[in-house]
Write a protein that binds this ligand. Structure first.
Ligand code: FES
Ligand code: FES
Length: 165
């Protein structure tokens, strides 16, 4: 039997009927059409499903939608600015070559966004630590680290996004 659930996603409240066991990733992708969040492993190991829950990165494949009812969720789509402008972190990934096939990219960008919000000038070790739960099957880690470094520079020079809630 389904239950009513009100989700706060990217600043909008949506009420929908969900199965008690419905995973957040499925509700985001299938019910809300937010397909930027990717499912790789489905068991908390690859990070491709990373979204922000009240600003902190979490695996949407491990969360039950009803458990996060009413709490602020940000997906990769929620990082876009007015007119679809890429966020500074998104733009840095494009320019620094941090994207190959792109499957891991939304999760990487969500983790990087949370890191830079908390620590605007991370060391390479801190970047690696923040991305430890995000796997890239294309092995583009060098460019990904460079992308986060470039994003820190962008943010440091005043290219500020909306803070994830
Ligand atoms: S799909 Fe969620 S961690 Fe891999
Ligand atoms: S860019 Fe292909 S999985 Fe990372």
């Amino acid at each position: 039997m389904s239950r009513e659930c009100t989700l706060d996603v990217n600043g909008s409240l949506t009420t929908l009927q969900v199965a008690p066991s419905a995973r957040l990733i499925d509700v985001l992708r299938d019910n809300l059409g937010l397909t930027g969040t990717k499912e790789g492993c489905g068991n908390g190991e690859c990070g491709s499903c990373t979204v922000l829950l009240e600003g902190r990165p979490v695996n949407a494949c491990l969360l039950i939608a009803l458990e996060v009812e009413g709490r602020a969720i940000t997906t990769i789509e929620g990082l876009l600015g007015p007119g679809g402008k890429l966020s500074p972190v998104q733009q840095a990934f494009v320019e620094a070559g941090g994207i190959q096939c792109g499957f891991c990219t939304p999760g990487m960008i969500m983790s990087a966004t949370a890191l830079l919000e908390a620590n605007p000038a991370p060391t390479d070790a801190e970047i690696r630590d923040a991305l430890v739960g995000n796997l890239c099957r294309c092995t583009g880690y060098t460019q990904i680290i460079e992308s986060v470094r470039a994003a820190a520079v962008r943010l440091g020079t005043g290219d500020r996004p909306e803070a994830p809630r």
